[in-house]
Design a protein around this ligand. Structure first.
Ligand code: PTJ
Length: 254
């Protein structure tokens, strides 16, 4: 079944469309096969969270937008799953907060970096970093630590949707402010993040962009107030509580 063949009134329409995007990403050589497994893990958590943006995740998205608007050199890291699931939305977020886009892969191959960069350009990106590979994240083996010197290496704020825990910790050790989007509140990456957004990246990326547009005229003081008010530990606790309290019972489990 293609994406367009999924009936829109199917109770699991969004989930099925998402699966097709990941499959298509693998077929196009932009998503790794491990990306399919990551997608399955994400889906399970999304189901447990009720397949909706929790109020705590919305507050995190607003804090992320404020953080990005205050940043001097923000970069959005793009991997094979992000590129397959939300390419236009990711390009749009970069435009809304004047961030660079950098392809940064867990399972790095030059070929996949090129394909993802082309894919983002086809979805409206002007410049995509990640092809130079002339910088590094210290403390990781070479392939996992490759970044651009004028991209992630020089960034003050990095958005890392679906980041691996070791790399999130290594970016933290470099002093980066990290915004992590991940559906698993127990995963190490959101636990390392300054701003963990426990939500599906399909919902979270456009939501951060919408908050950024809403805050476009806010003063730096007002933006700092939003950042200071945000409580990362409370956001993680709220997501865990939603899972424990069984919010998934409200979702249609077909
Ligand atoms: O393209 P690459 O080589 O950079 O590889 C990307 C993946 C995602 C395959 C790689 O980073 C990986 O193996 O990730 P993990 O360790 O499987 O972690 C994936 C995390 O993302 C899990 O905590 C999932 O719950 C979460 N996740 C999966 N899909 C989504 C998600 N979080 C938010 N939105 C999603 N759609």
């Amino acid at each position: 079944m293609t994406e367009t063949a999924v009936p829109e009134d199917h109770p699991r329409y969004a989930s099925l469309v998402t699966r097709h995007r990941i499959e298509a990403g693998v077929e196009k050589g932009i998503t790794s096969k491990q990306g399919l497994i990551a997608q399955g893990r994400g889906e399970a958590f999304d189901y447990l969270l009720g397949e909706r943006t929790l109020p705590s995740a919305d507050a995190a998205a607003r804090a992320a937008a404020a953080t990005l608007l205050l940043a001097e050199r923000p970069v959005i890291s793009v991997n094979g799953n992000v590129a397959a699931l939300a390419p236009s939305e990711t390009v749009d977020l970069a435009a809304a907060v004047a961030a660079d886009l950098e392809v940064n892969l867990f399972n790095h191959t030059d070929e996949r970096v090129r394909r993802i960069a082309d894919h983002l350009r086809q979805h409206g990106a002007d410049e995509v970093k990640g092809l130079a590979g002339d910088g590094e994240i210290p403390g990781l083996d070479h392939a996992r630590g490759v970044v651009d010197a004028d991209g992630i290496e020089a960034a003050d704020v990095v958005v890392v949707p679906l980041e691996d825990g070791d790399r999130a910790a290594a970016l933290d050790a470099m002093g980066k402010t990290e915004i992590v989007i991940d559906l698993n509140p127990g995963s190490r990456s959101p636990r390392t993040a300054d701003v963990p957004i426990i939500d599906n990246l399909i919902r979270a990326v456009p939501n951060v962009a919408a908050h950024a547009r809403d805050l476009a005229d806010a003063t730096p003081e007002a933006l700092r107030g939003i950042v200071d008010e945000f409580d990362a530990a409370a956001a993680l606790d709220a997501a865990e509580a939603a899972i424990r309290e069984g919010s998934f019972a409200d979702a249609d489990g077909s």
